[in-house]
Design a protein around this ligand. Structure first.
Ligand code: SAH
Length: 214
């Protein structure tokens, strides 16, 4: 895999586009500028890598739109060493962004082939998270919890209760909530054992979060 000057130029343009669309966190923009998103797509489609759109990655799934990746990451305000649970590794691109921000990342993917391929790419570019797990994200990772932040990259009908319980008090979770066609991004802060604060952050479109690994 090659990261040419052309790719780097296209990335710079993408970063400017994200800035225009309202992404302001310099650390986030910086890692988007650094990470070759085309490595996460099939070689035949690398020209699509720096267009601000989602793109199919097989298995009926998509790599998230760069704006969405930047948005979810920015809202979580990632600090070095944060323990983060990501649900839906997909291509591994969002995972690579979180790892580059020096967080301790644990990622769960339901589809075996995507789990395998994302692991391969991430290790080839030296951005392996602490752990990638093939499993059902609704269950979280009890043995690693509690987490500082949880990022869900698939649409939920409601806040998954098991995941909320694995969030530290003071921790934040970002997730799209809604049906197949209409979802609203929600930023949840767990303010005490039984209390949350919920902020709605506009409409997005994700593939649905499904139960059980395949
Ligand atoms: N952020 C990823 C794309 C996410 S697409 C990227 O940048 O490539 C959503 C992903 O969530 C898909 O890969 C899908 O298989 C996965 N997914 C759906 N339901 C899941 C579940 N219950 N547990 C874990 N992963 C799930």
């Amino acid at each position: 895999m090659k990261d040419s000057n052309k790719h780097k130029g296209l990335r710079k343009k993408l970063v400017l586009e994200l800035l225009n669309k309202g992404i302001r966190d310099e650390k986030v923009l910086n890692v988007i500028n650094l990470i070759p998103r085309h490595f996460f797509l099939d070689k035949d489609f690398e020209n699509f890598a720096y267009i601000d759109k989602p793109f199919p990655i097989g298995e009926d799934q998509t790599i998230s739109q760069p704006y969405t990746v930047a948005f979810q990451t920015e809202k979580l305000k990632i600090n070095t060493g944060d323990k983060i649970l990501e649900i839906g590794s997909g291509s591994g691109y969002q995972t690579s962004i979180l790892v580059s921000l020096k967080a301790d990342v644990y990622s769960i993917e339901r589809i075996y082939n995507l789990y395998k391929s994302s692991k391969k790419i991430l290790s080839s570019i030296n951005l392996m998270p602490k752990k990638i797990v093939w499993g059902d994200g609704y269950l979280g990772l009890l043995d690693v919890a509690p987490f500082d932040k949880i990022l869900i990259a698939a649409a939920c009908n409601e806040i998954p209760t098991k995941l909320l319980k694995q969030l530290k008090i003071g921790g934040k979770m970002i997730l799209p909530i809604g049906n197949k066609k209409n979802q609203i991004m929600n930023l949840i802060t767990r303010i005490s054992e039984n209390k949350i604060k919920k902020i709605e952050l506009g409409n997005f479109l994700f593939v649905p979060m499904l139960k059980n690994k395949i």
